[in-house]
Design a binder for this molecule. Structure first.
Ligand code: M6R
Length: 615
């Protein structure tokens, strides 16, 4: 959460910083700020409350801030309410205002993550005469660096290293020291931070899209490492202050893939990219090359899938498919729970961590816990080079490209297809799927992109339905087995961006309490693509209608008459294994148009951020 950018080079920094922040706004958007240095002058700090536009207009697109070196931040509040005082950058000086303007300070910095022992550190700094203008842990961190820097008269890297030893928690920290014009310093633990280079400039960012316009050659700074960044070089250090050499990585994503490309919102663009994303992900899947050889697969006795939010929903869908096709027992755990549980795993357990960003704090912690228990970990990630990708034993890459909208769509679809193919491969290797059946599944999968396109081409009726949904106070999504997993995702999409209360229920559970919430006009949306359980779910829908519900259904192919349904959405037929890949598309579109009809900010829903890198 939160976005960090930094630039030092030959150009005016402010415009570049604002451009980078624009690309990162999806990581947090309750306040924003930049600090720019003009030569050896004190940093000029400008911070505003609300979205980035206020900062852009206050600085006239950056024109009012002279200087070729600077750092910037867009915030998702953790410590302290969204306010100008709590916005980053923070300064080490004892200013009495909000930290805006030129403030006499040795250090100015921005930070992502959470410092768990910040209160204890604050107490210590108070006894040394430091005063605080904000409620943030970041101000404490900046002042702690300042404290070591001045007390021991040491260089920036040594001061940062001492700070890293004392601070507990997660951080991507970016600093400028008044004594070191043109230089930026950085440090990292468990929060993403990359450094990009061109011939005459260096860039920092918490996420790739911020610097794609300038460079695709980047370094991933590792945990407990620091860096000194100048226009001409970047040098990395370990916790002892010794130099370390990091490999340069070339990012394949092109700059255009992080733009809206004519669509009104990133979410709509990303929904429409799904045919291509599913096709690219299918083409890229190669189990042998990532180490999932037949021998490894044959040795899998049990699987535990973990992740958060939508990634967890993919796990729920995969559970049905893997157990069905490969007959391997699967449990699905929320990463935030998994990390604190003592689950007795037997030998031959594979833990699968699913994550778009590869940086979600709970998913990363779950991965580490699995590794501590000596278990094999397969990561299904979209961002290569991310922490989860780097720490897993095997990595399946979802080739979705950068996903900017907070509500995930194309990454979800890529994860689904990855897990389906994993299940098919596992079943095949275990001898439970014949060659003929295997070929059939591969053929069916290859037809999905065109079928998704057919749903996208037929979206007018969904637009119409969304006008009705927009007036709802509450909605229910019901389904059985695989359909239930899609209900979970459809319901999350709806509440996430339309702010309509919505619940997903396994259809058979309704009668055990939830049905009391159904009243005249309540929308109940039944996902009924699975022929074997369609009649059962339909009966549950009819029970809701008898209590006044308005019924919407999603069915696959020709199902015959379901006469009690008020609004039917028919998706193309396909093998049951793959129906979630189709059924989710109308639900994504419905959420999108409902949010639009309610006049909301689709790509940046309130209180949320794209990547949850704090616990
Ligand atoms: O980056 P991750 O896949 O690990 O993120 C997990 C969740 O935070 C994410 O799926 C979230 O639920 C989405 N905003 C839902 O649209």
């Amino acid at each position: 959460m939160c976005g960090i950018v930094g630039y030092t080079g030959r150009e005016q920094a402010a415009g570049i910083l604002l451009d980078g922040l624009r690309k990162l706004e999806y990581r947090g958007y309750d306040s924003a700020g930049i600090a720019v240095r003009n030569g050896a002058e004190q940093a000029q700090v400008v911070k505003t409350l609300g979205k980035l536009d206020s900062l852009i207009s206050l600085t006239d697109g950056g024109k009012t801030l002279m200087g070729k070196c600077g750092i910037g931040h867009t915030r998702w509040a953790t410590h302290g309410v969204p306010s100008v005082a709590n916005a980053h950058p923070h300064v080490s000086g004892n200013c009495r205002n909000t930290g805006n303007g030129p403030v006499e300070s040795a250090v100015v910095g921005v930070h992502n993550g959470i410092i768990e022992n910040y209160m204890e550190l604050k107490e210590k700094l108070l006894t040394h005469g430091y005063m605080f203008y904000s409620e943030t842990d970041t101000e404490v961190l900046v002042k702690l660096v300042d404290y070591y820097y001045r007390k021991y008269k040491i260089g920036p890297i040594d001061a940062i290293n001492r700070t890293m030893v004392r601070a507990r928690g997660s951080y991507a920290l970016t600093l400028m020291f008044t004594d070191y014009p043109g230089e930026i310093y950085a440090a990292r633990k468990d929060s993403p931070l990359i450094i990009g280079r061109t011939e005459d400039a260096s860039f920092l960012a918490s996420d790739v899209p911020a610097i794609l316009n300038y460079t695709r050659d980047v370094y991933y700074i590792q945990n407990h490492q620091s860096a000194r960044i100048t226009p001409d070089s970047v040098t990395f250090f370990d916790l002892n202050g010794d130099k370390v050499v990091l490999p340069e990585t070339h990012i394949e994503w092109d700059a255009l893939s992080a733009e809206k490309d004519g669509y009104e919102h990133f979410m709509l663009k990303e929904i429409h990219e799904q045919p291509k994303v599913v096709s690219n992900t299918l083409k890229a899947l190669d189990f042998q090359s990532i180490g999932l050889t037949d021998t490894v697969l044959k040795g899998i006795r049990q699987i535990c899938i973990t992740g958060c939010g939508s990634a967890w929903h993919v796990g729920m869908a995969a559970q049905y498919v893997i157990e069905d096709l490969a007959s391997v027992p699967v449990r699905v755990e929320l990463a935030s729970e998994f990390r604190y549980r003592s689950i007795p795993f037997s030998e031959g357990t594979l833990v699968i961590v699913i994550s778009q960003s590869g940086e979600t704090a709970d998913s990363l912690a779950a991965l580490r816990k699995a590794k501590e228990c000596g278990l094999m970990v397969l990561a299904v990630v979209n961002v290569m080079g991310s922490s989860i990708a780097r720490e897993a034993d095997f990595v399946l890459h979802t080739v979705a490209g950068p996903e900017i909208s907070v509500a995930t769509t194309k990454a979800f679809s890529a994860q689904l297809i990855c897990m389906d193919l994993f299940a098919i491969q596992l079943g095949y290797v275990k001898g439970l799927i014949s060659q003929e059946k295997y070929d059939f599944y591969i053929k069916e999968a290859s037809l999905l992109p065109d079928k998704i396109q057919m749903i996208l081409d037929d979206k007018q009726k969904l637009q119409w339905l969304s006008t009705k949904l927009a007036a709802q106070k509450s909605m229910f999504f019901i389904g059985r087995s695989l359909d239930y997993s899609i209900c979970l995702e459809g319901s999350l999409k709806m509440k996430e961006i339309s702010y309509i209360h919505s619940e997903a229920y396994a259809a058979g559970e309704l009668k055990h309490g939830t049905i009391s919430l159904i009243e005249e006009g309540t929308v109940v949306l039944g996902v009924m693509t699975e022929k074997s359980v369609l009649e059962k779910t339909y009966s549950n829908m009819v029970e809701c209608k008898a209590r006044g519900a308005y019924l919407v259904s999603i069915v696959s192919g020709n199902t015959g008459k379901l006469k009690e349904i008020d609004f039917n959405i028919c998706i193309p037929d396909c093998d049951a294994v793959f129906t979630p890949s189709l059924a989710i598309v109308p639900l994504q579109l419905l959420s999108y148009y409902t949010s639009i009809n309610r006049g909301l900010d689709v790509d940046k829903p309130r209180n949320l951020a794209k990547s949850v890198t704090v616990e």
